[in-house]
Unconditional design. Structure first.
Length: 292
């Protein structure tokens, strides 16, 4: 068992390191996984991450993750590595149509897909960013609320705060949403080396209720900060709480040397897009599925 645990730790560390390297290498594009995205993906299972790392010159140069039947997220350090990862995904998905997502302005990778017979299909997500080399404005809350972090937070209370948002997605056309974010999952997330409880932000009411949350992640290699995820209690939506958390998160990112903040959302999540634009983010790109 110790040997298996060591192998799992090494696999997770390799994935996070690749996420950092690809985030830096892909600028100004958004890599599929920031180290924070990698940690968020790995929280759902105690084993090795569900990602295949492909090596170039002995080092991880690309990664493939099937997020659904025939649907793959692919990232690489180079465009040549991207082409090799597409080949790998095609070889392992012969029984069904293959979908690969790519940014609409990433013409080099679009050319790779077009040459292999892929065609553009549905939008997948919207990508926002904000320059942190300029001052981040202060945000105000009602007197009966305050922003706090997750140092010494009760794990069950923090997990419940997340579920209070993600169990209520009828506004996104998902009326029966059920979040599996438990205290056990949260503790697993906290164990990731790139997690910082002072960047895990909450809004608390005067009576001690946790009604909104977000996690900010930093990457010293690329100097890019990422938000993943945001959530607001269904009873407290429409009050600008996500904007307050985003501004405080960006302020703390900038204090830690980040030069750019990023966040993304599903292309149909109008409420999230409005909140991010209100916090000074700009829509930088769109992610689209390409199908074969």
């Amino acid at each position: 068992m110790p040997a298996e645990q060591d192998k799992t730790r090494m696999a997770k560390a390799a994935f996070v390191a690749f996420a950092a390297s690809s985030t830096a290498a892909r600028l100004p594009f958004k890599a599929a996984w920031h180290p924070g995205d990698a940690a968020w993906l790995m929280k759902d299972a105690p084993g090795a991450p569900p990602v295949k790392l492909l090596r170039e010159n002995g080092e991880p140069g690309a990664a493939v993750c099937f997020v659904g039947p025939g649907a793959a997220w692919i990232e690489s350090i180079t465009n040549e590595g991207f082409a090799g990862a597409v080949t790998w995904a095609e070889e392992r998905n012969r029984a069904a149509p293959l979908q690969i997502r790519v940014q609409e302005t990433d013409h080099a990778r679009i050319a790779v897909l077009e040459a292999r017979g892929f065609k553009p299909d549905a939008l997948e997500s919207l990508l926002f960013s904000r320059d942190l080399t300029y001052p981040v404005e202060a945000a105000t809350l009602p007197d009966d609320m305050r922003v706090c972090d997750s140092v010494d937070v009760d794990p069950e209370a923090r997990a419940a705060c997340h579920r209070d948002a993600w169990n209520h997605l009828a506004h996104l056309g998902i009326p029966n949403a059920v979040s599996a974010f438990s205290s056990t999952v949260y503790e697993r997330l906290r164990a990731e080396p790139c997690y910082d409880p002072t960047l895990d932000l909450l809004i608390e009411t005067a009576d001690g209720r946790l009604v909104a949350n977000c996690i900010a992640w930093i990457d010293p290699l690329s100097e890019v900060g990422e938000f993943e995820p945001f959530g607001t209690h269904v009873e407290f939506r429409g009050r600008g709480l996500a904007r307050v958390l985003a501004l405080e998160g960006m302020r703390r990112m900038a204090e830690r040397g980040m030069r750019l903040a990023r966040v993304s959302t599903a292309h149909f999540n109008d409420a999230a897009a409005k909140a991010y634009l209100g916090a000074g983010f700009e829509l930088r790109d769109r992610m689209r599925w390409w199908c074969k």
